[in-house]
Structure formats: C-alpha cells, structure tokens
Design a protein around this ligand. Structure first.
Ligand code: DLL
Length: 438
C-alpha cells in the first residue's frame, strides 16, 4: 500500500525540530494552565515550581502529577482554562456512579482532535475518496464524535451509525460501500461474525479495506481474526477522554507500535511505584502533558495505562515516537464492551441492597468476541432463600440498578450465605477467565 501522510510536514518533522516545537508548546501550555486554573496555581506552589522553571523538556519532572481524583474533585469546571463562551463541547467519562470527570473542548481543540484522528485514516490507506463507518457510540463517550471528526477532517464520506443494530450496520457496510470501519475490536469481530452468519464473506463481498479499532485491549489472536475475516489493514487507536479522546496515538501499517501525536502531547513513562521516569524501552505508566489544549490543559496526567516507548525509527517515515500496545493498567479498572468500570462501582451498587452481603465476585469470560460479566453475590443469612419469587425479584432489581448506574449488562447469580470463597489475604474479587487477557 502506498504510504501517504495526512500532515506530512508535522508527521515527518525532523526530531530535533519536533523537540523544539514540544518545548515551546509545553512552556505555553503549562503557563496557560497556571494563569487560568487555581488548581495548578495551588499545586505548583505546593511543589515549589513555576512555569518559568521549564527551561528544557526534562524540567517537566519537577512538576506535580495530576490524577483522576483531582479531576473528580474539580467537577464540573474547576480545571477549565477558558471562559464558558469559548467552550464548544463537553464530554464526560463513562460508567461512573459517583462524580463524573468532565472535559471541555474549544473549537480549536476539536479541530486538533479531528486532525489527530485523521492521521490514522491515512495509516489504513484512507483519503477523501473513502467512506468511513463510525460504529463507536456517539454521545458523552469520545469514540463516536472523535472518529467522526477525523473522517470529516480528511473529507471522507462519514456514516455515523453509532454502535448497535448489528445487522443494519452490515447492510449499510455492504450497500454504501464502506471502506473503513471504526469501532471497538470486540464490536468489529461481532460485526464480522454476524456478517458471516448472514451468509457473506466480508473479505471478498465487501469493499472494506481498513479498520481503526480501540478503546479497549485486543489480543494478537483477536486482531488476526479481524484482519482475516474482514480482509483489512488494522490500525490500533489509543486515547482517553481526559486527554482528548481517540487519536492520542495511532498504529501505522508498517512497524510495531502506535505513533504518538507528539505535536499535541508530551509523553513520559514513569515507574508507577516510585513515579520516577524509566528509560525508553522499559514498561511503566504513561503520563501526558497536553501541548495545545486550550479548554482542559493537563500537566503530567497519570493515565494508569501501562506501556513503553519504542524509540527506534519507523520505516513509515513518521518521526513521532511510538508507544507499544497498552499491556494493562495500574489500577483495577475493567473495560466491559468499551465501558470503563471499577469493581468499587459495582460494590457501591451492591451495598445499597440490604438483602445482599458485602461478599461478591466478578467473573469475566468471553462469549465469542464479547466480554461477559457474571456477578456472584450472597444473600444475608436471614434472607428467605427458598422463596423463588423474592429471589427473582432481587435479581431483577439488582440487574436494573447496575444497568442504569453503570451502563453494563451483568448476569447475576445469587448464592446462599457463606458460599463465596473467603480469602485469607486480599479478597479475590475478580476472576478473569477471558482468553487473550493474560
Ligand atoms: O476509550 C477513547 C477512545 C475511543 C479510544 C475510541 C480509542 C477509540 P475512555 O472511555 O476515557 O476513552 O477510556 C480510556 O481506555 O485509559 C485505556 O485504558 C483504554 N484504551 C483506550 N484505547 C485503547 C487501546 C476512550 N487502543 C481508557 N488499547 C484508556 C487498549 C485502550 N486500551
């Protein structure tokens, strides 16, 4: 496939020049955050630093980190650095019962976002001639609108199907001649398998030639399955709503790893225990400083995602450094069909039910390409366990509560008191039996 770029002067900028651009932008961005956000004034003061201390990129390590809790505490607008009239759109993190994290975007932020995602469309061979079907969810989740902005930036024909209604997705894909599909890897595989069940051979019968998949981890076996079943070039897209959304890093079709959009984000990898930087090539926690974001600038945001820097030059010609695929998280966040859920959030729902004991176990399996969550809970000793109706009613209410609070569908198994295995050490709340996750 011919290798072209969306923004060649930026994507292939000589590294020295790129570092200069990063330094200039990091100085501006940190100053912008400090001048306009009280949180940064307080946290910098507490750490004894000022924006003027940033003389080189390495000086950034002197600055304090930002964590998700800081964003929750600042809810809703505490970290916004522009007046409300400049806020063009707001997104919020998915699946939170407690305080959501709210992120704002100016019109310029949205334009940059579209440009970042657009790079990935070129990576799978797309252009203004292409039709891109966006089957990420639209809404507060950044997947749908982020991919949509990328498609529009390139000048593609964009089909905003959003997620769900799989047979209709397939019909559209076929009838409208979709070239590129953007969705989660698990959904791409469900689409492929459903199309095959419907009697198609998507690799042959459909025009599709590229996929841009992210928002959750995917094993190599799963990627290979998707490549073969759909007959496509695969681009892994990484991003997070706090930092922007999809497009923070994207995988070219040549080398291993995802090119960071280094003109918009400065990445560090730190040891999650000591919080000291680790050398290139070693795994650690990914930390971002945004370089161009006006509404919600972030200085040293701890993503909790584990990866490493691949600093070798890429044969594709892009000079932006790459991160390896995300290998895990430093916290216990689960990603269930693209929805982020912490076990503690499930627990918060459970404790609202006086009939249920505080013992629970979450069992994760995969049913075909989709993750399945089974929740085992125990009733309290005085619950009339043999009254089937009461048991069914409890199950139904718990399922409804989990669905409305966390947007996840959970299979519930209610077991008799004291049947869930007690642990002598840390409770084993999560049993992950999903293939390809270890
Ligand atoms: O998932 C943004 C996104 C949408 C990325 C569409 C790619 C495609 P959040 O809902 O804030 O944002 O979740 C962010 O999802 O910290 C990772 O743990 C995980 N994640 C995102 N992309 C990948 C990926 C979106 N390519 C969290 N591989 C992140 C593995 C990923 N994990």
């Amino acid at each position: 496939m011919e290798q072209t770029y969306y923004q060649p002067e930026i994507e292939t900028m000589p590294r020295e020049q790129l570092r200069e651009l990063q330094l200039k932008r990091v100085q501006e961005s940190v100053k912008h955050a400090y001048d306009n956000v009280k949180f940064y004034q307080d946290s910098f003061k507490a750490a004894g630093v000022e924006p003027g201390d940033l003389k080189t990129l390495d000086d950034l390590v002197k600055f304090p980190f930002v964590v998700k809790q800081d964003m929750r505490d600042a809810y809703p607008f505490g970290l916004f650095a522009v007046p409300q009239k400049e806020v063009a759109r707001i997104h919020a993190s998915s699946g939170t019962t407690g305080q959501a994290t709210v992120v704002g975007h100016t019109a310029e932020d949205l334009k940059n976002w579209g440009d970042c995602f657009a790079r990935g469309i070129y990576m799978v061979g797309g252009s203004a001639e292409s039709t891109i079907q966006v089957s990420y969810g639209y809404g507060l989740f950044t997947g749908g609108l982020g991919a949509h902005a990328g498609g529009e930036a390139v000048g593609c024909t964009v089909i905003p199907t959003s997620s769900g209604n799989t047979k209709r997705q397939i019909q559209m894909m076929k009838d409208l001649g979709t070239d590129i599909l953007a969705c989660t890897p698990s959904y791409a595989l469900l689409i492929a398998d459903t199309a095959i069940e419907m009697g198609y051979n998507p690799a042959k019968d459909f025009k599709i030639s590229g996929v841009i998949l992210g928002a959750e981890p995917a094993s190599e076996a799963m990627r290979q399955d998707i490549r073969e079943k759909l007959g496509v070039t695969y681009c892994d897209v990484y991003g997070l709503s706090e930092v922007m959304g999809p497009g923070v890093a994207m995988e070219c079709s040549v080398g291993h790893g995802l090119h960071l959009a280094e003109d918009h984000f400065y990445a560090e990898i730190v040891d999650p225990q000591t919080l000291k930087p680790v050398p290139d090539g070693e795994y650690g926690e990914l930390v971002f400083t945004t370089l161009t974001r006006r509404c919600s600038p972030l200085v040293r945001y701890r993503t909790r995602d584990m990866t490493r820097i691949i600093s070798e030059e890429c044969a594709c010609g892009r000079t932006h450094r790459k991160i390896d695929r995300i290998v895990g998280r430093t916290d216990d966040m689960l990603i269930i069909r693209g929805v982020n859920v912490f076990p503690s959030q499930i627990e918060q729902v459970i404790v609202e039910f006086p009939e249920i004991a505080a013992q629970y176990q979450i069992v994760l399996t995969n049913k075909g390409p989709l993750d399945r969550v089974e929740l085992n809970v125990e009733t309290v000793p005085d619950f009339p366990f043999d009254e089937i109706r009461k048991l069914q009613d409890l199950k139904r209410r718990l399922a409804a509560e989990l669905k409305s609070n966390l947007q996840i569908s959970v299979e519930i198994k209610i077991v008799e008191p004291k049947t869930i295995e007690r642990s002598e050490g840390k409770a084993k709340r999560i049993i992950d039996l999903r293939e390809g996750r270890h």
